[in-house]
Write a protein that binds this ligand. Sequence first.
Ligand code: AMP
Ligand code: GLY
Length: 436
Amino acid sequence: MNVLVLGGGGREHAIGWKLAQSPLLGQLVSCPGNPGLADIGDVVTDVDANDPQSVVRLCQDRSIDLVVVGPEGPLAAGVADALRSVNISVFGPNSDAARIESSKSFAKEIMASARVPTAKSGEYFDRESAVARLEEMDGPYVVKADGLAAGKGVLVTKSLEQAVTWAEECLGGRFGAAGESVVIEDFLDGAEVSVIYMCAGGEALPLPPARDYKRLYDNGEGPNTGGMGSYSPVTDIPESLVEWTTANVTIPVLNELTRRGIAYTGFLYIGLMLTDDGPQVLEFNCRLGDPEAQAILPRMESDFLEVLAAGAKDELAGRTLEWSPKVAVDVVLAAPGYPRSPDVGMAIIGLDKVSEALVFHAGTTNMPTGLVTAGGRVVNVVGVCNTFVEAREAAYAAADLIQFRGVQFRTDIAAVEVVRSETGGGDSEIGGGDTE
Ligand code: AMP
Ligand code: GLY
């Protein structure tokens, strides 16, 4: 089977790396790909992955049998719709279903109809009503640009002034059309966990829970980012959490979409906050999480290509996925200036020295002078070991071997799991993650 992976970040490198282990794989093509993907397949850089007709032509030119879409952009733009309309298999939802991520107000509407627990919220289209709402609240304040903003459209703050400024900036065009309205919602407190499903034909197959570290600095300090690291599995959650999520979130949401005539084929990411009042949904994504995928896929023992191809045909019924008992810890090495304005073009050295961890490229590019940084999140180093202590050691040893000017990374990824293993754990419901 010839497979096209759309996207060019760490998640897509992890997807391509996992696909490359399948005996069913013919050609692996990625667009736009990255130097890590170029080592395991062909990369196509002169086709716009967000343009539906260009992607269709690429698939026809390269005899692609299956398309796996990494990021939300192509899905929101209708790439999956265009592929399906010419009978090219794709694992990723159509644009109407992708609205579950591309519009926070749509996601809230679906949750209300499906009775999914989530923070109370309202949508505001102008400064006056947004400010009036914020002034009524006690804080902390949660203000979100409605549309796609690469994980950076959300502000959680104790300061009314900052919340007001954020709402003004969103509505004033900071995120373009994504900020035509803002969603203001109640603050939720607790530990976060991500549960991702493969969905097709009304079926939902869960992947093991993962935890993303969204803030730039240790202990959940600093600005929100796309994600500075992740690990899987997560042990400080109730054992029944996945079952609970399937019954109370995933299936009701899929049913509500079906009721509205919307089919969902693809990954469905559920971001949960474990509050004292039980789990509440923070957000949906219409794709695998980045960097969650980098900590989940290395643990997968099933043939990823086989199950993706089955999913694309809506044939997931009766399947289960197999997982290694090992744990995975992913540390993101980010460029200086990330997330606001990352410096690019800095030489990266030391990748060839890493032998005890996986390396997934994210924001890198090959220049005549060698590998250089080309984005905010530059590379992921992933330790996959029997224990969190070992997996952290492997990831951080690799992080120390890879160098570029101004590299920044968090030092506390999965540290909470080490503390738990040292103190004997217990079945606590809350702990770890980035909370205020
Ligand atoms: P979102 O893109 O909606 O998931 O928001 C990004 C991050 O902001 C989440 O992962 C949380 O860390 C934080 N966040 C979002 N909504 C809330 C909320 N209602 N209460 C507390 N934190 C939140
Ligand atoms: N890790 C969160 C996201 O992919 O949006």
